[in-house]
Design a protein around this ligand. Structure first.
Ligand code: ADP
Ligand code: MG
Length: 253
């Protein structure tokens, strides 16, 4: 997509779990080449919003458009195949397998090629191309030196980068990252921020949930603030930093 064009349009989405309204009338946009942050206190509905956008959970109401097409109601797999990649709040890797295999397998499982049931045996050429592509994505996130390391042996910051490489292997135009910096050391956060900035330079759009305010404020172009499931505020990092309602929600006013 052309830089600045609309990639994701979230319109009045709502999710109810029994009597609890976890996401209440949330709307926002993500444009090509932009990093948008979704912030808010614990339980605000950020992860649920990700699950609604990526098709993991069905909407109670509202609409999501991706690259101009209505995607609400489609399966998570279909949505992933149209170019939306994501990571989860908790690391989901195959710890016994190599870094390279983790990415190659992820790319294979999400590939556009439909595999007839029962045939998971890859031909040599297909396997070679998957591994080559996986290595390329790992270089991109700075893990080129760790291809044959067991995934479970990596430091947490490297595991998070590995998950991003796995998402990249499916060639997304939008990445949804749920708390990628949580639990990371200062240096790891710096590395992650550099990788995400570089992806943005290359035209990637990113929607990011993150608690570390320094990280969010330095990295994002635009912020959406949620509180108790509802939209609280929206604006540039500078605007949000001095927004009275946001200060009150965070500082307990
Ligand atoms: P955040 O990611 O902002 O911390 P979540 O989206 O995880 O918040 O949760 C929002 C609210 O919805 C919380 O009150 C949480 O307990 C509730 N919730 C999340 N997922 C479910 C679920 N599958 N069933 C019932 N309640 C849920
Ligand atoms: Mg969450």
């Amino acid at each position: 997509p052309e830089k600045g064009s609309l990639v994701l349009e979230v319109d009045h989405i709502r999710k109810q779990f029994g009597g609890l309204v976890a996401v209440n009338d949330i709307s926002f946009r993500v444009r090509a080449g932009e990093i948008v942050g979704l912030i808010g206190p614990n339980g605000a509905g950020k992860s649920t919003t990700f699950n609604l956008v990526s098709g993991i959970l069905p909407l109670t109401s509202g609409e999501v458009r991706f690259l101009g097409q209505r995607i609400s109601g489609r399966s998570a797999r279909e949505i992933a195949q149209t170019g939306m990649g994501r990571t989860f709040q908790h690391v989901q890797l195959l710890p016994e397998m190599s870094v390279l295999e983790n990415v190659a397998l992820g790319a294979h499982l999400r590939s556009h090629v439909s595999v007839p049931a029962g045939i998971l045996r890859l031909d040599r050429a297909r396997e070679a191309s998957l591994l080559k592509e996986a290595a390329r994505q790992l270089e991109r996130v700075g893990l080129g030196a760790y291809l044959h390391e067991q995934a479970g042996n990596l430091a947490l910051g490297q595991q998070r980068l590995l998950e991003i490489a796995r998402a990249l292997a499916a060639d997304p135009v939008l990445l949804l990252l749920d708390e990628p910096a949580a639990g990371l050391r200062y240096r790891e956060k710096q590395e992650l921020a550099a990788v995400l900035s570089q992806l943005r330079e290359e035209g990637m759009s990113i929607l990011l949930v993150e608690h570390d305010m320094d990280f969010v404020m330095r990295l994002t172009n635009h912020l959406v603030v949620m509180d108790f499931g509802s939209w609280l505020a929206e604006g540039s990092p500078e605007e949000i930093q001095r927004h009275p309602a946001v200060l009150e929600a965070y500082l307990g006013g």
